[in-house]
Design a protein around this ligand. Sequence first.
Ligand code: FAD
Length: 560
Amino acid sequence: MSSTPVNPELDPSDPYNRTAQTFPELSEEMAARVAAFGSEETLAKGTYVFRRGDRGVDFFLVLDGSIEILDVDEEGDPTIITVHRTRQFTGELDLFNQRQVLVSGRTGADSRVIRIKRPDFRRMVTAEPDIAEIIMRAYILRRVGLIRRSRGGVTVVGSSHAGDTLRIEHFLRRNGYPHRLLDTAHDQDAQGFLDCFELTPAELPVVVTPDHTVFRNPSNAELADALGLTETIDPDFVYDLTVVGAGPAGLAAAVYGASEGLSTIVIEAMAPGGQAGTSSKIENYLGFPTGISGQALAGRAQVQAQKFGARLAISRPAVAIAKDGGAYQVTLEGGGIVSSRVVVIATGARYRKLDVENYAKFEGQGIHYAATAMEAQLCQNEEICVVGGGNSAGQAAIYLSRHAKHVYILVRSNGLAASMSDYLVQRIEASPHITLLCETEITALEGESYLQEVTWTDRKNNQVERKAIGNVFVMIGAQPNTDWLEGCVDLDASGFVLTGVHAASDKRLGVMSPYCTSRPGVFAVGDARAGSVKRVASGVGEGSVVVQAIHRYLNPLPVA
Ligand SMILES: Cc1cc2nc3c(=O)[nH]c(=O)nc-3n(C[C@H](O)[C@H](O)[C@H](O)COP(=O)(O)OP(=O)(O)OC[C@H]3O[C@@H](n4cnc5c(N)ncnc54)[C@H](O)[C@@H]3O)c2cc1C
């Protein structure tokens, strides 16, 4: 039933088997420091201290007795995932945000506990950095363990060839939500499951929650609401800073804004990480000599922003921005409004597509824009195509060549030297599993319900080749996500946001920042900004330093 290939009970890399770090026991001295932030309570055996689906739950440290952490099994009965005993503590990543928690907590015996309320928990994390480090590490490992064991999550039932199954899996994975796939194309248990829930193939994919609620092909926004992934937004609260977009640039702005005392909210259309979140390995980001996956980088940045108090509203694309009195109002798809004194545009860019017949039919059903572990699984021992000559195409080709039978890279130009970093070019040239086809374009895509055959044409001699290929990775650059800004700030001819000397209304030295747009109080950073360097590090840099300009805007020096 599970898509996880390993037996987690035996796997030493499973965080749930690394108990000293995942479920640490604080020293007596540390427990005393923690206790100073909360109040002691005596609870009878069987008392629920939180239940799956609650938001904003408190932190508990066990003094005597125990707290059992419960998931529900497939029959809907509670099962114990772990038991916290003396000087162990409850919680996982959801203690840093307002999402619905994934598990329940219940005293396993008559117990004495320290309860710490949310604001005091945040104070404790800031005031006691050595304890915060232990808690933070444990929380990250606990979430990784939940995902690994598909605990506390949902079951997705559908064909791994179907675009909507992939969309839903991507959405859950990118948001760090535990789930397991019951693949109707390959899994023998699938029919029994469909019969049990009286589902027809036409209703797939479906998402089934532990309480057996069934969502038929839900949209990302529906899913986010149903699973409590979206934080509730108070429409009357005026934040200091709204960051729109949670890619590297937006997350950096949130970390620096929140850590420097600005009340900060991040609005994200899909999931934290942006384009970087779709990269299997970022190798040129400072401090990670062996590389880091985009999703791991984004996950850490998200926790860091939330640790400093930033709020994160996901699956809510911004659709408009306007000024009402002193505050900007960002309108969200579906109608919500977020008010703030300053807005940072960090909506990045989206993938360009190929101009080939049937292209849209195969998006998500053979055509991909990211090369993560999920796509790599689809390519096992198959021939595949990567289209594009930039660094993302190069990274994807090298990564996928470890899984696929053979990788064909198709580029329109006559080589890679001008568009790709030299280290990638060298690895591609050295690989027996990769073939570079220059001046070659895809000219036909065919298949019944999913991609099965690809035809390409060599423009040097017009020779045509047709191959049984079911997975094509299109990595030919991106265009800015700035449609929602229409009329609000000045854009260049390609739609990127103009900033600095090209846009700022007040060009006085000391007032103008390279990130000012044509609207005072609206800034732009990262890939969406005209003239920016389209890289993770530069996006992070821009998102970090824009906060200084925001402080200057909010607290202007008196004019002499
Ligand atoms: C596959 C791949 C591999 C890459 N590898 C590398 C690499 O190795 N090294 C490197 O330096 N760079 C790499 N890059 C480039 C790098 O990822 C980008 O330059 C960087 O992510 C840009 O960051 P950003 O925050 O400006 O924008 P993005 O990463 O594009 O993030 C923008 C975010 O805004 C959200 N958004 C868009 N519209 C809205 C809206 N209306 N409302 C709310 N949210 C919205 C999006 O969902 C997205 O999450 C790679 C890119 C790709 C695609």
